[in-house]
Design a protein around this ligand. Structure first.
Ligand code: ADP
Length: 261
């Protein structure tokens, strides 16, 4: 619709703006990191100065990490949509996560091996799933169950998913569910806002969920957060099916597919 188009253009402009700022800001931070390193080396026997220089370096490096994530978020036109086998992707994820999440977290995959391929940028999708799994681990504080699920959902005409009115049809739904702390209603309401975080400074950037939502919507899908305090959180992502592309995918993805047949 007209409104969605205007929204997509606004997001595109915002992405470009954010990318430009992130890039310039990163240059400033690199100058700070360079000078702080110099200061540290010239501090000689002055431990106080050396310690302050260290702190300066660490703070600037945290800033640089944020700008890198912001750049990745803004680099929306780099997305390359391709058919992705969801069941294969999730079982690879399980292996990867079993090693990185720690022994107390059980990782389960719930997906039929005969699901049709979804359409999205595979590398970006993997990054998003790792971010969601990291949030889940933080919420479970080391023990619990992480379930990665995939199924087909038929979205009827006029229904919304995560606030987005998807074109009617079949979608592949991925879900990342944890048995962690969940979110109170105030957190749930703001969870997908860029830079919203409840984590201590240095641990959270507040970009994970907003990036994931932006990615799902740019892929022609949607993202929904469901959460209950003390019970857990489920993040669902809808993606178009590769075989049923109906020309409804927003510009960067659609341009790679050619005109709808
Ligand atoms: P970050 O993880 O850097 O804080 P996100 O955008 O990924 O940024 O998440 C924003 C906030 O949403 C988190 O700080 C946390 O309060 C909440 N949140 C996200 N995922 C979960 C989860 N799986 N369980 C509980 N709370 C979550």
């Amino acid at each position: 619709t007209q409104l969605q188009l205007a929204q997509a253009q606004r997001m595109e402009a915002l992405g470009q703006l954010a990318g430009g700022i992130a890039h310039d800001f990163n240059n400033v931070l690199q100058a700070v990191i360079g000078s702080a390193g110099l200061l540290e080396r010239q501090a000689g026997g002055n431990d106080g100065v050396r310690q302050l220089a260290r702190m300066l370096t660490q703070a600037a490096e945290r800033g640089a990490a944020i700008t890198r994530r912001l750049l990745a978020f803004a680099r929306r036109s780099d997305l390359r949509a391709e058919p992705v086998d969801a069941a294969g992707l999730l079982s690879n994820m399980r292996e990867l996560l079993a090693h990185t999440l720690g022994g107390g977290v059980e990782v389960r995959v719930d997906a039929s091996p005969r699901l049709p391929p979804l359409l999205a940028d595979k590398g970006q999708l993997e990054t998003v799933l790792v971010n969601l799994a990291t949030n889940a681990r933080d919420a479970m504080e080391g023990t619990g169950t992480l379930t990665l699920a995939a199924d087909i959902e038929v979205v009827p005409q006029g229904e919304r998913r995560g606030g987005v009115a998807l074109p009617a049809g079949r979608y592949l739904r991925l879900a990342v569910a944890d048995t962690g702390s969940g979110m109170d209603s105030a957190t749930l309401e703001r969870a997908t806002e860029p830079f919203f975080t409840t984590k201590p400074v240095g641990q959270g950037t507040g970009l994970g969920l907003s990036m994931a939502k932006g990615f799902a919507e740019q892929s022609g899908g949607a993202l929904r957060v469901e959460s209950r305090p003390a019970q857990g959180t489920t993040i669902s992502l809808w993606f178009p099916l590769a075989d049923e592309h109906r020309g409804a995918v927003p510009a960067p993805v659609a341009s790679l597919l050619g005109p709808p047949s």
